[in-house]
Design a protein. Structure first.
Length: 236
């Protein structure tokens, strides 16, 4: 079995020119675990408080915005590309080796925007070192409950949850995947498991069946494919 993540398994397959595997053919879906929508944050020196203000501000001829990512093809990179498409503005991407140095440089004022899971960013929001613009998803985060979602702000296509799921090799028979799916959902229903996921700010979202999860994968891949093509994302 493979514990798959939206960035390392999914989005990277769209931006890397050649891979030794086909993510659609060589893997079979078992079930969804859950996810955590990233928060889009900005350095507070910019007079921007939400996505609509971001859209108008980014289109000004005297403004050139930079977006920090934890690496080419990561979920953070894809969120920035999705933001650029959603607001119709050009954004320059600065790639780091991990989110830690990217966060430090945003706080220091050396760049403008980034996206990350809510839990690591919450202390910086509280201190005023950075300002949240939106949760890039459909549901608010319990970690930062006062931050509205991109959907609430009128940007339904700006949804970029970092999700986790279980996959098996492509030839795995349906009865085996069905049994694994039932076992996965049983584990996700355990109170201790739910508590530990909640502490990590991950929303548990069990799928109804392997087929339902396969439908979600296809829809998410189609959404990200449009973003990758529109933003011309490619890993060298």
């Amino acid at each position: 079995m493979l514990l798959a993540g939206s960035g390392s398994f999914f989005i990277s397959s769209l931006v890397v020119p050649t891979l030794p595997y086909d993510p659609e053919r060589d893997f079979s879906p078992v079930g969804f675990i859950g996810g955590s929508a990233g928060v889009i944050a900005i350095n507070p020196r910019h007079p921007v408080n939400n996505l609509n203000e971001m859209r108008e501000y980014a289109r000004r001829p005297d403004v050139r915005l930079t977006f920090a990512t934890p690496g080419v093809g990561t979920n953070g990179h894809a969120v920035g590309a999705m933001l650029a498409v959603a607001i119709g503005a050009e954004i320059e991407f600065i790639h780091y080796r991990g989110i830690g140095p990217a966060t430090a440089d945003l706080i220091a004022g050396r760049l403008d925007l980034l996206s990350n899971a809510p839990a690591p960013l919450a202390p910086h929001f509280q201190s005023g070192a950075m300002r949240p613009l939106a949760v890039a998803g459909t549901r608010r985060s319990a970690v930062v409950p006062n931050v509205t979602t991109s959907v609430e702000q009128g940007y339904p296509d700006l949804q970029a949850s970092t999700w986790f799921a279980i996959l098996t090799p492509g030839a795995t028979p349906r009865p085996i995947r069905g049994a694994l799916h039932a076992a996965l959902n049983a584990v996700l229903a355990e109170p201790e498991v739910q508590s530990r996921f909640a502490a990590a700010a991950i929303d548990i979202e069990p799928s109804a069946s392997p087929e339902a999860f396969a439908t979600y994968l296809a829809e998410d891949r189609a959404r990200w494919t449009r973003v990758v093509r529109a933003a011309n994302l490619r890993a060298s």
